[in-house]
Design a protein. Structure first.
Length: 298
């Protein structure tokens, strides 16, 4: 597998996640363009037939799986539109690409033209700053909710936070995988990581932060069999990012206030077991779960 196709795959995965940022920058056209281009780059870059028999078997069973999901939707009298079928095809093809990608030995890829990857942190910074400015302008409007993003049919705070977490993971994975020598390029990647964390904090979403923490712990656990330098490298990079992130927040009152607010939300979550009224968000979710379990067969 040549380097250029590998770059297309990584960029495609990034663009699928970047669609939310593209929506803020360029509107619906930017979002759909980012999704389409990302999907096309992944499909073009992934070699689909390294092992034809395995690929054929996997395609057959995955097609049955996704077809059963659609059948359950139809039998359940759920509202089905052409968008559901388009999404069905996209999920199936991406699932197939993921399977094919797992069969590639990434160690055989020769990493040249590393500067190509700079487009990922650059777009991350631009997108994150635009999201922060967009949210800052909205929360100053008393007619909007504190965590809102205006018309949440296209954009919502929780979705933005989880997408930013995925973008953080993509940037971090590229950053530690490449043998970067340029301090300027390293600075761009670190800035991208900090900006992604800033967006996650600004949305006050606890779930996405826990999601990132759990993935970080899994990654650290997988390094346990590696040499000590790898684990030390991971801890030092992650600790450095957190320290720079904290310093960065202290100089911006809006972000500093959001940091304090997210700590208060985690504190209220811990108090929820003692007093249900201390966290209305968790209480509402608990009520929905209880209602579903009592009425799941209706």
């Amino acid at each position: 597998m040549n380097f250029l196709k590998f770059f297309f795959i990584v960029l495609g995965i990034f663009l699928l996640s970047f669609a939310t940022n593209a929506y803020v920058l360029f509107g619906p056209l930017g979002k759909y363009s980012s999704l389409f281009l990302g999907f096309f780059l992944i499909w073009y870059g992934v070699p689909k037939f390294l092992n034809f028999i395995y690929t054929l078997n996997f395609s057959f069973f995955s097609l049955i799986y996704f077809s059963l999901l659609m059948i359950f939707e139809i039998l359940g009298n759920h509202e089905i539109s052409i968008l559901n079928f388009v999404f069905f095809i996209i999920c199936f093809l991406l699932f197939l690409c993921g399977f094919c990608l797992s069969k590639i030995d990434l160690k055989l890829i020769k990493y040249n033209r590393l500067n190509f990857f700079c487009i990922i942190p650059f777009l991350t910074i631009v997108g994150s700053v635009s999201l922060l400015l967009y949210q800052y302008s909205l929360i100053n409007d008393e007619s909007l909710t504190y965590r809102g993003y205006g018309d949440e049919s296209d954009l919502n705070a929780v979705g933005v936070s989880f997408v930013s977490g995925l973008i953080f993971i993509i940037n971090y994975s590229v950053f530690i995988s490449l043998n970067l020598r340029s301090k300027f390029v390293k600075f761009i990647f670190v800035s991208a990581l900090i900006s992604s964390l800033a967006v996650m904090i600004s949305t006050l979403s606890r779930g996405s932060i826990l999601f990132l923490i759990v993935l970080s712990l899994i990654y650290l656990y997988n390094l346990r069999k590696s040499i000590n330098y790898s684990i030390f490298n991971f801890i030092s990079i992650f600790t450095g990012i957190i320290l720079l992130f904290t310093i960065f927040f202290n100089f911006i009152p809006f972000l500093k206030f959001r940091m304090e607010s997210i700590f208060n939300r985690f504190y209220s979550l811990m108090e929820f077991s003692k007093d249900a009224s201390s966290d209305l968000s968790s209480l509402e979710r608990t009520n929905y779960y209880t209602f579903f379990l009592k009425n799941w067969d209706q």
